[in-house]
Design a protein around this ligand. Structure first.
Ligand code: 6PG
Ligand code: NI
Length: 187
């Protein structure tokens, strides 16, 4: 266990102080996630932009602890599909809490049968029950940022999403984001 502590959210950058590791996911790290493979390759071979960053608090991922992280997803789309996180299951199924800090996005959940969509904006608490894979999506035109709080021994399984998908894809529409069946070909 570590001592009682506070962490300050740096709203200008999405960072934390004090901070643990900061992780950066570029387009090249997101192979196999977007439906439009050609559009993904073009983005990767071009600027290979940072799609999202994750700043973690110093709280360790250990049993009984509650680590926190702040994710910033930069705005954009690949072949019409909004920028998103890789998505994962917690192999040790436990709940997780997300809290919207800035921008507009959503939380896509999938239990292997039924997809669910929770629109996220500043002040919204999104609850992820045990057993639901989850992915975050930026549906706006500014950075979408949220806090996550999760059990320290939950673990992260990325293979599950590559194998099962997430039920839906989230595409740019005329107004609201469009939720289309996962298997559908790029339009
Ligand atoms: C969680 C994490 C959260 C997540 C990031 C990046 O949901 O368990 O606390 O910080 O790891 O949003 O998403 P991916 O882990 O799916 O890349
Ligand atoms: Ni999680």
């Amino acid at each position: 266990p570590i001592d009682p502590m506070s962490v300050t959210f740096r709203s200008a950058t999405g960072g934390m102080s004090p901070s643990g590791p900061v992780l950066s996911r570029r387009m090249s790290d997101l192979e196999g996630l977007f439906a439009d493979t050609a559009a993904w390759q073009e983005a990767r071979d071009g600027a290979d932009p940072v799609v999202y960053e994750v700043a973690s608090s110093p709280v360790p991922e250990a049993p009984g602890e509650l680590p926190q992280s702040i994710t910033t997803i930069h705005p954009g789309a690949v072949g019409g599909e909004f920028h998103m996180t890789k998505g994962h299951q917690h192999p040790n199924p436990q709940g997780e809490i997300y809290f919207g800090l800035s921008g507009t996005g959503g939380l896509l959940l999938f239990d292997g049968t039924t997809p669910k969509w929770i629109p996220m904006s500043p002040g919204v608490i999104g609850y992820i029950p045990p057993g639901w894979a989850h992915r975050s999506v930026n549906t706006g035109d500014e950075p979408y940022r949220f806090l996550a709080v999760y059990p320290g021994d939950a673990g992260h399984d990325y293979g599950w999403v590559l194998e099962h998908g997430m039920g839906w894809r989230v595409r740019r529409g005329a107004g609201e984001p469009q939720l289309v069946p996962f298997q559908s070909e790029p339009v």
